[in-house]
Ligand binder design. Sequence first.
Ligand SMILES: Cc1cc2nc3c(=O)[nH]c(=O)nc-3n(C[C@H](O)[C@H](O)[C@H](O)COP(=O)(O)OP(=O)(O)OC[C@H]3O[C@@H](n4cnc5c(N)ncnc54)[C@H](O)[C@@H]3O)c2cc1C
Length: 387
Amino acid sequence: MAVAEDLKSDDERMILDAVDQFLERHVRPVAHDLEAKDEYPHEIVERMKELGLFGATIGEDYGGLGLSASTYTKIVERVSAVWMSVSGIFNSHLIMAQAVERAGTEEQKRHWLPRFATGELRGGIALTEPDAGTDLQAVRTRATKDGNGYRVTGTKTWISNSVEGTVLAVLTKTDPAAEPRHKGMSLFLIEKGDGVRVSRKLEKLGYKGIDSGELVFEDCFVPADNLIGGIEGRGLQQILGGLELGRINVAARGVGIARACLDDSVRYAQQRKTFGKPIAEHQAIQFKLADMATQCEAARLLVAQAAAAYDRGERCDMEAGMAKLFATEAAIHNSLEAMRLHGAYGYSKEFNIERYYRDAPLLAIGEGTNELQRIIIAKQLVARNPA
Ligand SMILES: Cc1cc2nc3c(=O)[nH]c(=O)nc-3n(C[C@H](O)[C@H](O)[C@H](O)COP(=O)(O)OP(=O)(O)OC[C@H]3O[C@@H](n4cnc5c(N)ncnc54)[C@H](O)[C@@H]3O)c2cc1C
């Protein structure tokens, strides 16, 4: 339910219609069961390949759909309103692709992007380590020069698509003594194989179905051609550039969850009766619906604003941070309000509300915690408004 759906081009309309059809035919009927079993949605992945979702934001020159961030966020919202985990399968894959497209050499783009776009090669970004998450400059995975390549050793954890995927953009230290620390960081594309081991699949509160794993790199040989951009010391900037789109996309997931909670609640409030009337006629419930709808619409507008700035090629870390912060908190808020409104049924495994309630908090952690977003927003606010 969107109070203010904006005008769309014909192309965008066609793509969004195709996504809606895919969701109704292939995702909604199986989401509840697959989520309950924490089962990877292989069939859905095949349909996503056909739709071209693995190349959604990759340029047409490299075999992708070349969608704008504005259109892409509308896709992510729709997918997340049905089952958020599905969006994770192509989101972090596209952040990896984004790093190659923005920072890779022409040869790297031609080599990797067409195979990312078809979904033949799928993966994500391996940044986090057991002792380094928000403070990415503290990563310890080491890449040491060896002949015409590098030897990579270290552990990455919480990596989405690391069990089912085949390739990852891995943040490493090529010079651990460098000051500032980011000058010693480099980003490599590493295909799983010799020297790369999935040590475990992690158990989670929500975001089930999609694989979150721990990866161990043991003296793994990586050809020098896989160093993104071909020059050491640029890894942190390369991945942070891709994270702007990542944050806008997490914000769009927040809008999706906030909207699913609202849609289910508006329906239920008209069906459930207490004291002789639908609960939608009780003022306390009306207040909840009004607040949920307002949060959802405000979140969508912030996402649209950030996506538009991104599409214009402007620096948009503040806009992306605001969208991510507000929309993900809206998802958390709406999931709890939807649970209260559904009473015991909200707490039941038979309904989707408890899933939204388990999925939403991840959004406050992934792609930079909401505490980090506040820091980014405040720093930019001051930088843009010198006294
Ligand atoms: C389901 C799931 C999927 C994930 N997928 C991926 C993935 O695909 N790839 C990947 O690389 N990572 C992934 N992550 C990891 C995620 O990006 C990190 O969990 C996140 O960056 C936070 O890092 P951390 O957990 O180490 O928390 P920490 O960095 O240890 O932070 C702990 C707390 O301290 C706060 N904090 C830290 N620094 C500051 C500061 N300077 N000021 C104020 N507060 C601060 C944080 O906000 C947080 O509240 C995933 C995580 C989950 C749960």
